[in-house]
Design a protein around this ligand. Structure first.
Ligand code: FPP
Length: 232
């Protein structure tokens, strides 16, 4: 097994530091989320340039409901407005939008915006942007185990059966998970798939991310030797 010749096929991103970015500028936290969206657009463009096929963005976790009602409602409105409002951007750049998480518990307008955007971008093939929303790794595993047991009619399930019942089983497994804002933990993101994912953590706050960070991530990935439990 040798170093990867290319960048990751599937990159997972924990976007962190929107609130701190805003606080440092004496702005409301919501301003950090607006700026975070601009970073998301810069990042997806460069990810496409680098040949990355899938980027999963941790947009709203199953734990984020603990935030103030005002912030939660702002984020939900922002997501709906950007799913609808950025459709031309997604189509111009060949970006397919998909969602992962327990979508059934989201407000109706969010569910509708997701369904419409997924349908409107389903033939785009340059890159897939996955929005992990009301997403929790433990929740996804519980739901997958339930579905796998129901599908098999048995009392136990195999790893393969669980993998087949994750939210988007057709996607390639995540190769690398990165996080901004100098925090070094997974926070319930892609727990099943992180078993063999490469990890990297970066100091810059999410709203400050752009093309350079994606270039650095691809460079870092190429230095990693992936063994999957085997030997070199
Ligand atoms: C983390 O920063 C950021 C979030 C929980 C929200 C990220 C969401 C977006 C950028 C909007 C995405 C929209 C679409 C359409 C995909 P934080 O608030 O935890 O920052 P802090 O740790 O500094 O407080």
């Amino acid at each position: 097994m040798s170093k990867s010749a290319s960048g990751p096929t599937h990159l997972g991103i924990i976007m962190d530091g929107n609130g701190r970015w805003a606080k440092r500028r004496s702005l409301p936290r919501t301003a950090g989320h607006v700026e975070g969206l601009k970073a998301l657009k810069r990042v997806i463009i460069e990810a496409k340039e680098q040949g990355i096929e899938v980027v999963t963005f941790y947009t709203f976790s199953t734990e984020n409901w603990k935030r103030s009602e005002q912030e939660v409602s702002y984020l939900m409105h922002l997501i709906v407005s950007k799913l609808h409002g950025e459709l031309a951007f997604y189509n111009r750049h060949g970006i397919r939008i998909r969602a992962r998480g327990d979508l059934s518990a989201l407000p109706q307008p969010v569910q509708e915006a997701i369904a419409k955007t997924e349908a409107a971008t389903q033939s785009n093939s340059a890159i897939t942007a996955v929005i992990a929303i009301n997403y929790g790794g433990r929740d996804e595993i519980c739901r997958a185990v339930g579905k796998a047991l129901a599908a098999s009619g048995k009392q136990s399930v195999t790893e393969e059966e669980i993998s087949q019942h994750l939210d988007l089983p057709d996607l390639p497994p995540v190769d690398m998970i990165v996080r901004s804002a100098d925090e070094q933990r997974l926070s319930n993101f892609l727990l099943w798939e992180s078993a063999y994912a490469e990890l990297a953590f970066y100091e810059k706050l999410w709203p400050e991310w752009g093309r350079e960070e994606i270039q650095a991530i691809c460079q870092e990935y190429r230095l990693r030797v992936r063994k999957f439990g085997g030997v070199e």
